[in-house]
Design a protein around this ligand. Structure first.
Ligand code: WQD
Length: 338
C-alpha cells in the first residue's frame, strides 16, 4: 500500500481528494495548519471512509515541524494543496501570499529531496492563463497572469519545471483547475469559505440557505450568450478523482506532466443560478451589479490531453454540482462550525 502525503488535506479540494485516495486504497497522511479549514473534517472523512487518516497540524513553512512527517513516515508521493487562494486578498497583502505560498512549497521540495520522495502533484490553477484570446484553453496556451495569487502559482510551476529538468528521476504533475464546485454526495464534506464567499457557488448556496440576502451578478454586459461571465465548473469529486489518476501516471516514472482539469463546457452565471434553483426547488433572488475588477468574460478548458493521457473524463454536470452543493449546505448551514 503506497503512502501519500496531502498538504492542505483538510481544505475543500484536499478533503475530497483524501476520500478518493482512501477509496483507491492509498494510505493517506494529512498536513494542514487549519488556517482555512476545520479539524471536524477529519471526523467527516472517517464517517465517509471508516478510516481516520494520520493528521499533523503544522505550517508547511516551518521546516523543523514539517521534517517530523518525513522522519516518522515512509512517503511515496505528495499532493500539495496548502496555500492561500483568495484572489482579492492576494491583491491586498501580496507579501503574505508570496511568503506563505512560495516558502511552503520550497520547504516541501527541500524535504522531498532530503528524504528521496520523487512523486509530486501540484495544485495549480487556470488563473495562470488570464484572459485567453480563444477558448477552449489548451495546456500550451500563453501565461497571462493578472494577479498575485496567479503569480504565486506560476512561480511554483516554474520551480517545478526547473527542478524536474535538473532531476530526471523526479516525477511531477501540474494540474490546472478551472472552477471546482459541488460536494461529496454524502453531504458530509463541502466548501466552507471563511466569511462572505468570494466565489459564485458558495455565495449562491448561502443565499439559498438564508444566510445571505441575494446574489449580486457581477455584470450582464459581457459578450456572452446571456451577458454574464462564463466559466468551466468542474465537480470537486471529478477533480479529486483526476488526482488519483495522475498519481498512477507518476508511478510509471512519467517525469513532468501538465493537465487542465475541466469539463470543456462553459456555463454562465445564470446557468449556475438556474441549476441551483432546480436543485433546491425555489427561486433564488439576485440583482445585477457592476462588473468585478479583474474578471474575464469567458474561460473554459480543453479537456482533451487529460482524457487522452490519463483517461480522465468528468462524470458530473452542472445540475449534479448544484444538487450536491445544496445537499451539503442545507445539512450544514454553518459549514463545519456547530
Ligand atoms: C465565477 C463567475 C464572476 C461571485 C476564481 C479564481 C480562480 C479559482 C476559481 C482558485 C464570474 C461571477 C462570482 C458573485 C458573480 N480559484 N460571480 N457573483 O473568478 O472564475 O475564479 O475561483 O484557483 O483562480 O480566480 O470564480 O466563482 O469568483 O466567479 O456574478 O458573487 O461568477 O463574475 O463570472 P472565478 P468565481
Amino acid at each position: 500500500m503506497k503512502t501519500i502525503l496531502v498538504t492542505g488535506g483538510m481544505g475543500y479540494i484536499g478533503s475530497h481528494t483524501v476520500v478518493e485516495l482512501i477509496n483507491k486504497k492509498y494510505n493517506v497522511i494529512i498536513v494542514d495548519n487549519l488556517s482555512n479549514s476545520s479539524v471536524e473534517v477529519l471526523n467527516r472523512i472517517e464517517k465517509i471512509t471508516s478510516i481516520k487518516p494520520k493528521f499533523y497540524e503544522l505550517d508547511c513553512c516551518n521546516i523543523n515541524d514539517f521534517k517530523k512527517v518525513f522522519i516518522e513516515n515512509k512517503i511515496d508521493g505528495v499532493i500539495h494543496f496548502a496555500g492561500y487562494k483568495a484572489v482579492g486578498e492576494g491583491e491586498k497583502v501580496p507579501l503574505k501570499y508570496y511568503d506563505n505560498n512560495l516558502i511552503s512549497f520550497i520547504t516541501l521540495l527541500k524535504l522531498m529531496e532530503e528524504y528521496k520522495v520523487n512523486n509530486l502533484v501540484f495544485s495549480s490553477s487556470a488563473t495562470v492563463y488570464g484572459q485567453p484570446d480563444t477558448n477552449p484553453i489548451k495546456e500550451d496556451f500563453p501565461f497571462r497572469v493578472v494577479n498575485t495569487y496567479g503569480r504565486t502559482k506560476l512561480m511554483i510551476e516554474d520551480m517545478i519545471r526547473d527542478y524536474t529538468k535538473a532531476n530526471p528521476n523526479f516525477n511531477a504533475a501540474i494540474l490546472r483547475y478551472f472552477n471546482p464546485i459541488g460536494a461529496h454526495s454524502s453531504g458530509l464534506i463541502g466548501e466552507d469559505p471563511n466569511g462572505i464567499p468570494n466565489n459564485l457557488a458558495p455565495y449562491i448556496s448561502q443565499v439559498a440557505v438564508g444566510k445571505l440576502e441575494k446574489l449580486g451578478v457581477f455584470g450582464n454586459d459581457y459578450d456572452t450568450k446571456d451577458g454574464t461571465g462564463v466559466r468551466d465548473y468542474i465537480h470537486v469529486v471529478d477533480l479529486a478523482y483526476g488526482h488519483v489518476l495522475v498519481l498512477d501516471k507518476l508511478f510509471t516514472n512519467s517525469g513532468l506532466v501538465t493537465y487542465n482539469l475541466g469539463t470543456g463546457v462553459g456555463c454562465s452565471v445564470f446557468d449556475v443560478l438556474h441549476a441551483f434553483e432546480k436543485a433546491c426547488g425555489f427561486t433564488i433572488p439576485y440583482e445585477i451589479k457592476p462588473r468585478r475588477a479583474g474578471d474575464v468574460a469567458i474561460y473554459y478548458a480543453s479537456p482533451e490531453k487529460a482524457y487522452k493521457e490519463l483517461g480522465f473524463k468528468t462524470k458530473y454536470d452542472i445540475f449534479d454540482m448544484a444538487k450536491d452543493s445544496w445537499n451539503w449546505q442545507k445539512n450544514n448551514p454553518n459549514g463545519y462550525k456547530k
